[in-house]
Design a protein around this ligand. Structure first.
Ligand SMILES: [Zn+2]
Length: 93
């Protein structure tokens, strides 16, 4: 007998487990980043992108495609030359 009901339930259980694992991984990553911030290490979690004319003072002096880190109160103010560079810096944390 072909048991479609059982197969469907299995698929739903698998999806639920995958979602749980994903949630756990996200929490671990969040904890890791929070620990870095607690140690005073910038995780470049927020920033401003180039805009002409600038809206925020932090946008002053940026060139097209550039963005500047403004994380927290003591953001590193590092200028990234592209989104790719920003993502690479985050992945290197
Ligand atoms: Zn930063």
């Amino acid at each position: 007998m072909h048991d479609d009901w059982g197969t469907d339930m299995e698929a739903i259980e698998d999806a639920r487990r995958d979602a749980d694992l994903e949630q756990a991984a996200m929490e671990r990553e969040g904890n890791r980043l929070a620990a870095l911030r607690a140690r005073g290490i910038c995780t470049h979690s927020s920033g401003v992108a180039y805009r002409d004319p600038p809206v925020y003072p932090e946008q002053d002096g940026l060139l097209p495609r550039q963005s500047r880190c403004t994380e927290g109160t003591a953001g590193c103010t590092r200028v990234f030359n592209s989104d790719e560079e920003w993502v690479a810096a985050q992945e290197a944390l």
